[in-house]
Design a protein around this ligand. Structure first.
Ligand code: FES
Length: 276
């Protein structure tokens, strides 16, 4: 058998504990187990890079003719926001360039996704290698899981969920406001479809959250005396089975929505208009 790797400590916990079989190979798997974590890390990195750049550029985030606002700048609450883009007023004055215009909710949305049960699985495997795949030993000597700092903070996920619901309401409001025509009044274009697909999928992702499922039907002694909560729990449970797919789909629709608004706002393309 191969010599113990440098990462194998003399004693430790988990796969390195003395009571485990003494296997020196990192894994006995012969398939390409590293492909899912590789694609996960590439996908997450691509989103983080795109979202960070777009959140800071402060250009092409609002289409005045049709009232399209990208979700990365919503709500826009400072006087640094371009005219018309602040649907909820401007309680904050000028913002220094170090703060993205969406600074009020971006940390909460980041926190919501970072503490999400699915994303934890994704980055624990793909970034932290803890472990990288089933039956592949992690490089860390100790495993304390989420029982102490910093990972015990993951338990605040349910509070991020509440904020995410509020943000989904705000995004829905933005999508309603966006039925605006060039000559005033009602208007409808491809941008509206893009915004609504994004908002519906954001709701689906948010409502499929494990915390939401627990809020809906957790801690009930019996379902028969709580028919409404039982019904809601049943619906959330169906969505919940798609949580991973929704987590990835919404990263995609967020980028596509922002990208579309950017193209129209910068006049690179013109919106395909059906009405006004
Ligand atoms: Fe993923 Fe709550 S578990 S958003």
């Amino acid at each position: 058998s191969a010599a113990p790797t440098a990462a194998t400590p003399e004693a430790g916990t988990g796969v390195f504990s003395k009571t485990r079989a003494r296997i020196s190979e990192r894994t006995l798997r012969t398939d390409r187990w590293w492909i899912p974590p590789l694609f996960t890390v590439l996908g997450l990195a691509a989103f983080v890079i795109y979202a960070t750049i777009r959140s800071y550029v402060r250009t092409a985030y609002w289409v005045p003719d049709y009232h399209y606002l990208t979700p990365f700048y919503s709500p826009c609450l400072s006087t640094s926001c371009v005219e018309g883009s602040s649907h909820f007023g401007t309680p904050f004055g000028e913002l220094p360039a170090i703060l993205p215009l969406g600074f009020v909710v971006l940390p909460f949305l980041l926190g919501f996704r970072l503490t999400c049960y699915y994303y934890r699985k994704a980055y624990y495997r793909a970034v932290w290698f803890s472990p990288p795949a089933c039956a592949v030993a992690e490089p860390h000597a100790k495993y304390t899981g989420e029982t102490r700092l910093p990972l015990i903070i993951q338990n605040v996920h349910r509070y991020f969920f509440y904020v995410a619901v509020v943000v989904s309401v705000i995004n829905t409001y933005d999508a309603i406001v966006a039925f605006h025509g060039k000559d005033g009044g009602f208007g409808f274009g491809l941008g509206n479809i893009v915004l609504w697909v994004n908002v519906i999928l954001l709701w689906a992702y948010t409502l499929s959250c494990h915390s939401c499922r627990h809020i809906a039907g957790g801690r009930l002694k019996n379902f028969s005396t709580h028919p409404v909560r039982y019904w809601f729990w049943t619906q959330v449970s169906k969505l919940n089975t798609r949580h991973m797919a929704l987590a990835w789909t919404t990263l995609g629709t967020l980028v596509l929505t922002d990208f579309y608004v950017m193209l129209v706002a910068s006049k690179t393309i013109s919106d395909l208009r059906f009405i006004n």
